[in-house]
Design a protein around this ligand. Structure first.
Ligand SMILES: Cc1cc2nc3c(=O)[nH]c(=O)nc-3n(C[C@H](O)[C@H](O)[C@H](O)COP(=O)(O)OP(=O)(O)OC[C@H]3O[C@@H](n4cnc5c(N)ncnc54)[C@H](O)[C@@H]3O)c2cc1C
Length: 483
């Protein structure tokens, strides 16, 4: 089964007995929970689109490791074209869900692990690359969704992992056994973990010799003993329980994060990809972050397309579409959104092969891409709110709209242009609210800021990769300076 249908995917997740908690209670059936289901639907879309002939080139690729057509989310990039197709695929998925579709974290972890394990083995004669390739082909053959767990809870940010007051604030090895290791710790903000079959765990930061037990990377299935998730709250999340499709704004799709706890989890030797080689922790982090910063030049652009469209529809319904400043604001939103896409494509086009043979993005351009993503979606949201008008946050509920007494009043007074129903006007405003302030704002705004690393993390990489010395030489040559 190299490609699952969306339905097969949902049923495969249903079979996994995960330990999930939300609002202080154990969730017995996460798949059908109204708060969690929209997030599963977003991942399902990555399976549905892969079944459609018109999207086959973007959504799938032939794996050189299995010889079969696999979902691109499990693919190891073989060329710059693969890297560009990845970004285009992510834009498509963003357009179809208007939410975080979650599956890129695993794809980015795959590609970072592939090259890093190769280089560790070359230096130490370890078997991590073989372990990883076995795991990766298993995921390709079964079309699995894999979560990428990097971010530790980190405690005091000024202290190294081994120096924390509580040693568990970074995930670490607590026991070494002949058949594997036992780990303890927690990963914060795990996107899509509830919708994944497997999780790849990686270190969060570069490490020194004292952090040996913290330099650990591995993969385990989601029903592993000792692994459990506490779902993160989102603004307006309980609207999904109220049964009002209109009030939610985007009732079909969403994204959910969870605090993921590893309470003495056993990891067998053949699932370990890094174990104590501290100097490679930084390489793994840098490569994963680079791929993930490229990703944002696709996924956020797709969601941006929906938001720009929603703002334009709101302008139509308000009767303001012909105003020159509204047209100009829509141009500005498009300009910002396409600039992000340019960055995603550029860092892909400038990609190069690694020693292991897979392709990596241009790291400088990928970091520039993500740095822009920490800013432009905020400006796009600002302009969308401007065009939408205040009703996007003051409109009465659907229950009032359906009420025999209040409904006609709302219908009369909240109409925009006469030819458009009040209901349609309210629907588009709720979508803008969802993307800018509601559940999807987690994925479109704050994830743009912190996902794949906070802005300063990119600036550090830009400083490292920017080659200022070369630029100084250029200036001195032009100015005929001889030192
Ligand atoms: C919606 C969302 C989804 C995410 N999904 C995932 C996921 O699927 N997998 C995953 O692994 N991670 C995920 N992340 C985590 C993301 O990578 C982190 O949020 C990010 O790296 C910032 O870490 P933090 O949240 O702990 O913030 P902090 O590290 O606390 O950062 C807060 C501020 O403090 C600054 N700061 C932190 N440490 C230092 C320091 N030592 N010196 C100076 N300044 C410092 C930062 O620059 C920032 O300005 C997600 C995050 C979000 C918001």
């Amino acid at each position: 089964m190299a490609l699952m249908t969306g339905e097969q995917y949902v049923e495969s997740i249903r079979k996994i007995k995960m330990e999930v908690y939300m609002f202080g209670k154990k969730v017995e059936n996460p798949v059908d929970d109204p708060i969690l289901r929209p997030s599963l639907n977003s991942v399902k879309m990555t399976y549905d689109l892969a079944q459609m002939p018109e999207y086959q080139d973007l959504m799938t690729a032939v794996s050189p490791y299995t010889g079969k057509r696999v979902n691109r989310f499990t693919h190891i990039h073989q060329s710059t074209e693969d890297l560009m197709n990845k970004v285009k695929m992510q834009r498509l998925c963003g357009q179809k869900t208007a939410a975080c579709f979650q599956r890129c974290v695993g794809m980015d972890a795959f590609n970072a692990e592939f090259s890093t394990t190769y280089e560790i083995d070359k230096k130490y004669g370890t078997k991590y690359h073989e372990n990883f390739k076995n795991f990766m082909t298993y995921c390709q053959e079964n079309d699995l969704t894999v979560d990428g767990a990097m971010t530790d809870t980190k405690g005091d940010r000024s202290l190294a992992p081994h120096a924390q007051a509580d040693p568990d604030l970074f995930l670490h090895v607590v026991e070494r056994r002949p058949d594997g290791v036992v780990v303890r710790g927690a990963k914060a903000h795990q996107t899509g973990i509830l919708n994944s079959h497997e999780v790849i765990v990686m270190p969060t930061i570069s490490m020194g010799p004292d952090d040996k037990d913290y330099a650990i990377s591995f993969a385990v299935p989601l029903d592993t003993k000792g692994l459990f998730m506490i779902v993160g709250r989102q603004s307006c999340d309980t609207r999904k329980r109220e049964g009002s499709e209109m009030d939610v704004g985007n009732s079909t799709f969403g994204g959910v994060e969870a605090l993921t706890v590893f309470d003495n989890v056993f990891v067998p030797n053949d699932r370990i990809f890094l174990n104590g080689e501290t100097e490679f922790a930084g390489m793994l982090v840098e490569r994963f972050a680079g791929y993930h910063r490229q990703s944002y030049g696709g996924c956020k652009v797709g969601v941006g397309d929906v938001l720009i469209g929603a703002a334009a529809v709101a302008a139509d319904y308000n009767g303001a579409a012909k105003a020159s400043h509204v047209k100009d604001k829509l141009i500005e939103m498009t300009h910002l959104n396409e600039t992000l896409f340019c960055c995603g494509i550029a860092c892909s086009a400038m990609g190069t092969p690694t020693e292991s043979g897979n392709y990596i993005i241009d790291l400088l351009l990928a970091n520039v891409c993500k740095q822009n993503v920490t800013r432009f979606p905020y400006e796009i949201v600002r302009l969308a709110e401007d065009i939408a008008g205040g009703l996007m946050v003051t409109a009465p509920s659907e229950a009032d709209f359906r009420d025999p007494k209040l409904g006609p009043v709302i219908d009369k007074y909240l109409r925009g242009v006469a030819s458009v129903s009040t209901e349609n006007r309210l629907r588009i405003l709720r979508l803008i609210e969802n993307l800018s302030l509601g559940t999807a704002a987690v994925g479109y705004r704050t994830e743009s800021m912190h996902g794949a690393g906070s802005p300063q993390a990119q600036r550090i990489m830009i400083a490292r990769q920017g080659n200022l010395a070369h630029k100084k030489e250029l200036a001195k040559a032009i100015a005929h300076i001889k030192e």
